[in-house]
Design a protein around this ligand. Structure first.
Ligand code: GAL
Length: 337
């Protein structure tokens, strides 16, 4: 930096001598590698704790929120951590944004899972939804927490059953027009997609009930088609995740089909979100999945891959290292050329 600012001529002549320098720079800032299931660490060198998570893009920065299952935490509390990145590959720890003590008196083993954060431009508030439950998953509600800053300490506001329905796994979807939706699993019936109220603190209306029993619900709007996907109900154990399509959120939805060879059980992962990266050249939809390790939840891994998507079809390629350029939107699976 010193050389660049004070002696530009010397810097340029150095660049002329070593023409590879700008190329190297391009590698670092342009298209970093994402390695599914590897041990992902943050800027502190600690394993990233953002399980069952979701991503909010705010400005040019991606904020990743998820369950913090670190070892050695207070067992009576539940935690959510937040990380930020501008390239979706290098993550800086921001804050343990939730450190909550059983706000609904649910007792031993209470659950706060699958946190998702929305930014409400009208109120200027960040609103977090999460699944809150007792150890036997009978409470079946959403928790709502808010914060004035994206990575500040979120304050617990309330819990409720969306439109009076049971709600366990939740998912987040913000459409291209900015409308925010909650996906929630309503065990007796299937799963529902519902529009959030204007302040995001409640539900305005149901868009549809999809009569399939699915968890880890995720949605993407790509090229005029809505793609919904999720896993079936097998707890921490993986299963073949499936997808359906519709041209409107209200349906009708197509029949569900596999996103990957069913024998691989989604390559051992479970969906948590579909993240659309719209760049200057391409739009990539990333499948974000969790590879759960029920006996060591803290060591659960992340399986993120660019989906093959379009024309009403989705396919999750076999996990391989891949590169992503968030500016251009280009994703390149390395061994596939
Ligand atoms: C999964 C669910 C997870 C967690 C787990 C507990 O089906 O997706 O979020 O609730 O069950 O067994």
């Amino acid at each position: 930096m010193f050389v660049f600012k004070t002696r530009p001529k010397a810097w340029f002549s150095l660049a002329a001598l070593f023409p590879v320098l700008p190329l190297l720079n391009g590698c670092v800032t342009g298209a970093p590698t994402i390695s599914p299931e590897a041990r992902w660490t943050d800027d502190r060198g600690l394993q990233i704790q953002a399980h069952g998570g979701g991503i909010l893009k705010y400005g040019d920065t991606y904020y990743w929120f998820g369950e913090d299952r670190s070892r050695g935490l207070d067992r009576s509390k539940r935690y959510v951590s937040c990380y930020c990145s501008t390239d979706l590959a290098h993550w800086k720890f921001c804050n343990r944004v939730v450190q909550l003590s059983d706000p609904e008196h649910l007792g031993w083993g209470w659950v706060l899972e699958r946190p998702k954060v929305y930014y409400n431009a009208k109120t200027g508030k960040f609103v977090m939804y999460a699944h809150i439950d007792n150890a036997r998953y009978q409470f079946a509600r959403v928790a709502v927490l808010t914060c004035d800053t994206v990575d500040g300490n979120y304050r617990y506001l309330k819990s409720f059953r969306p439109l009076g329905h049971e709600s366990r796994d939740i998912g987040q979807f913000v459409d291209d027009d900015g409308t925010a939706y909650l996906i929630f699993e309503d065990r007796p019936y299937g799963f529902r997609i519902a529009k959030l109220s204007e302040d995001y603190l409640g539900i305005e209306k149901e868009m549809c009930l999809i009569p399939e029993h699915m968890e880890g619900g995720a949605l993407a709007h790509y090229d005029g088609i809505y793609y919904v996907l999720g896993s079936s109900l097998s707890g921490w154990r993986p299963n073949p995740n499936k997808y359906a399509t519709a041209t409107r959120l209200t349906g009708p939805w197509s029949k569900f089909q596999d996103i990957a060879p069913p024998g691989t059980k989604t390559y051992g992962s479970q969906s948590t979100m579909l993240l659309k990266v719209t760049g200057t050249k391409e739009t990539t939809v990333i499948f974000m999945g969790d590879v759960w390790k029920p006996r060591a939840l803290w060591d659960s891994r992340y399986l993120w891959m660019p989906l093959r998507i379009g024309g009403g079809k989705v396919w999750l390629p076999q996990p391989e290292d891949w590169t992503l350029n968030v500016k251009t939107g280009e994703a390149l699976v390395k061994n596939k050329g």
